[in-house]
Ligand binder design. Structure first.
Ligand code: ADP
Length: 483
């Protein structure tokens, strides 16, 4: 049966128009659970990208001139429309991305929350009046929208990674061109459709679909009109884009890969730690940049934690995300399964013990079994690379200092997790972790109120929270003399 959904759009969105590629080319979007082709979207390139940038530039003066409150009202209507279409959006997301429906519904609400939050925060882009150096001068710092912005987003959160960038941009008066991931453009187009219904003026928000990310990326990074690029994705692509932005000295925000340690100290509440581990590790089948990638477990409770974790993991139901019983869906594509398979096999060959899972799932396709590996060494590739799969590698640590040393022995620095009871020790460990975010006795840390972002090679800048607004603002200094 053909996939139908009232929000399914199969054209890109530029200057308020629904457009095909100039060449007529399209690329197919498939359902990672079934392989079924659910849509065809335009395969756009350099000329359409240039059109979108031009549209965003034309729309900028009127949009930035609106009072923040007027922009806020449009954003709130957009938020309301997303919430009232939560179920259709969730169905679309599960169809193109694979995550279980309950997680898709959660992401729709989470993604929408950034629009609501920044519709409010945008009204508070306060500057400063600064005491001057001489009696005849008055110094003022204004916050100005940065201008035309671009966003390049990944497939693992097809809505939230867009709204987290676009909502603060639009709220402060910037305009935006978005290139969603090749695999998940349908949610982005549905967002555009709802934005148009909410009354967003033409050209303020544009969505370009493509199977040729680099050609669109080149135009976005090289354009002098685009003053800011915000990217979420792999560290390798992030580094390339940052280098490409150097020519035009663009502002950049980067949310790149993590290698999240999940530390379980000797006095941790093990049941709570297991609950946190399930949420942090296996959500979205392990395909989030804040997923626990390695578990650093104190020797004295290692066996007890491993036993409890395995008992809990055994309860997962692997299947098509549209089945309400499913708790773990497919991986995004065959390459993702290949990577997980290789990392697991290499770890076992290097001496790790397979406690459960460790192979493709009997359903075939893109499904992989929830897996627990024991006696893993932090030097193994599975503890050094982001696995992006449903695999928990457990490493033994002697004490908290050992845990901190291993946790920091990576170039990544996005999220870390820490379970324990002694407050002094928790504080001392948390402060020494070179990570942008630390979940303490908590496995789910992302929300619109909190600053999301990494240190070291995990990125630059923060999204969400009051800090997320700064990423789209310039500080302009006015010096008023002769007073
Ligand atoms: P992932 O491994 O999660 O797919 P990527 O970094 O490859 O991460 O993809 C994240 C986003 O970056 C996607 O929208 C993808 O299309 C885009 N992308 C990938 N390569 C390039 C490139 N060379 N230039 C611009 N965008 C790119």
């Amino acid at each position: 049966m053909a996939f139908t959904n009232p929000l399914l759009r199969q054209q890109a969105f530029i200057n308020g128009q629904w457009l095909s590629a100039d060449s007529g080319a399209t690329h197919a979007i498939d359902n990672p659970a079934t392989g079924e082709i659910i849509a065809q979207v335009p395969d756009m390139g350099a000329s359409e990208t240039a059109q979108a940038i031009a549209a965003a530039e034309r729309a900028l003066p009127a949009w930035r001139a609106l009072p923040a409150k007027s922009r806020s009202q449009i954003l709130k209507r957009w938020f309301d429309l997303i919430i009232s279409h939560q179920e259709d959006l969730a169905q679309l997301m599960t169809a193109e991305q694979g995550k279980p429906l309950a997680e898709s519904r959660g992401e729709v609400a989470y993604g929408a929350s950034f629009i609501e939050w920044f519709a409010e925060e945008g009204k508070r882009a306060y500057g400063d009046v600064i005491p001057g150096p001489t009696p005849d001068r008055r110094l003022i710092a204004l916050k100005q929208p940065i201008g035309v912005t671009a966003a390049i987003t990944p497939w693992n959160f097809p809505i939230a990674m867009i709204t987290r960038k676009v909502a603060p941009a639009l709220a402060v008066g910037c305009t935006s061109v978005v290139k969603p991931a090749e695999a998940t453009p349908l949610c982005a187009l549905a967002l555009a459709y709802l934005a148009q219904q909410a009354g967003l003026p033409d050209g303020v928000f544009n969505v370009i679909t493509t199977a040729h990310a680099a050609s669109v990326g080149d135009v976005l990074t090289q354009s002098p009109v685009v003053r800011k690029l915000s990217f979420t994705g792999s560290t390798a692509v992030g580094k390339k884009l940052m280098a490409a932005c150097a020519d035009t000295v663009k502002r950049v925000s980067l949310e790149l890969g993590g290698n999240a340690p999940f530390i379980v100290l000797e006095d941790a509440d093990l049941d709570a730690a297991v609950q946190g581990a399930l949420a942090s590790k296996y959500r979205n089948a392990g395909q989030t940049c804040v997923c626990a990638n390695r578990f650093l477990v104190h020797d004295s409770i290692y066996d007890a934690f491993a036993a409890k974790l395995q008992a809990a993991v055994a309860k997962f139901v692997v299947g098509d995300g549209t089945d309400e019983h499913t708790t773990i869906g497919p991986l995004i594509n065959a390459a993702a399964v290949d990577k997980v398979e290789r990392l697991v096999n290499d770890s076992i060959a290097a001496g790790a013990t397979l406690a459960m899972g460790g192979a493709r799932h009997a359903r075939g396709g893109n499904f992989y079994q929830p897996t627990v590996l024991l006696e893993v060494d932090n030097a193994m590739p599975i503890a050094q690379q982001e696995s992006f799969g449903p695999v928990a590698p457990l490493i033994r640590v002697r004490d908290a200092d050992h845990a901190v040393a291993l946790a920091n022995a990576t170039q990544a620095g996005l999220a870390a997790y820490l379970y324990g009871r002694d407050l002094k020790q928790i504080w001392s460990v948390a402060e020494r972790l070179e990570y942008g975010m630390v979940g303490i006795n908590e496995g789910i840390i992302s929300n619109e109120m909190a600053p999301f972002g990494g240190v070291k090679e995990s990125g630059l800048g923060r999204e969400g929270s009051k800090y997320g607004l700064d990423e789209y603002l310039e500080t302009q200094y006015l010096c008023l003399g002769g007073m």
